[in-house]
Design a protein around this ligand. Sequence first.
Ligand code: GTP
Ligand code: MG
Length: 225
Amino acid sequence: MTTTTVEVKRDIRAERRAAAEAFRRRMTEQGTYVVRLLSSPGAGKTTLLEKTTERLGADYRVGVLVGDVETERDAERLAPYAPTRQITTGGACHLELTLVERHLPDLGEQRLDFLFIEDVGNLICPASYDLGEHVRVIALSTTEGDDKPGKYPKAFRTSQVVVVTKTDLLPYVPFSVERAAEDARLVHPDLEVLPLCATSGDGLEAWYELLVERRNATFANGASP
Ligand SMILES: Nc1nc2c(ncn2[C@@H]2O[C@H](COP(=O)(O)OP(=O)(O)OP(=O)(O)O)[C@@H](O)[C@H]2O)c(=O)[nH]1
Ligand SMILES: [Mg+2]
C-alpha cells in the first residue's frame, strides 16, 4: 500500500473568522441584532428567552434559533412567542455558523430586528465558535456555584454580558452575586453583570433595556436598521 501525504495550507480558523465577520456585517446591514446565549445545561436560557421574546415581540420582529443535541423541546416552548427553529446537532456539543446560515431562512422571509441564538448547553466548546453574533451573553445560574467564571474562563472572556439567573434561589444556595462578578471580572474586566429571575420577573426590565440599548448603539454606528 502506498501512502500519499497531502499538505493542507489553508488556515481553517481564519476562514471561520472571516465567515463570521461576513455574517455579522450582513446582519448589521439588514438591521438584525444577533444575541447569542450560552451556558451550562439548564441554567435557564430557554426560560429567559420565553420572557424576552414575549416582551420584545410586542415592539420588534424577533426570531430564535435554538441548538440542542436532541429533541425539539426548546423550540416547542418558544414557538408560542416567536418564529423558532430547533437545530439538533445529533451529538455535537455546539452550534456552528454553517448551521445558523442554513436554518435562518426557516424563520421566514421578513427581516428580523432581533435574532436570538440559544447554543447547546455547554460551558466549554461553544466558546471557541463565533456565530456572527453582535453580543454574546453567558447565563450563570445560582445553583451552579459562584466559582465558575475562573474555572471556565474562555466562555466568560469571550462574552460581553453575564446574566446571573435564578436569583429567587439565592436564599437557599451558597452563591454570592458579588463573588461571581469579581471572579468573572478577573477574566474579563469589562463584563457587564446582570442578576435576574425569569420566573419572578426581577431584573428583566434591565435586561430588556440592555438589549435595546445595545441594538440601538450598534445601528447608530453607521448601519441602517
Ligand atoms: N427557580 C427558578 N428556576 C428557573 C428559573 N429559570 C429557569 N428555571 C428552571 O430551570 C430549569 C432549566 O431551565 P431552562 O430554561 O430549560 O434551561 P436551559 O438553559 O434552556 O437548558 P438547556 O437548553 O437544556 O441547556 C427549568 O426547570 C426551569 O423551570 C428561575 O429564574 N428560577
Ligand atoms: Mg434550553
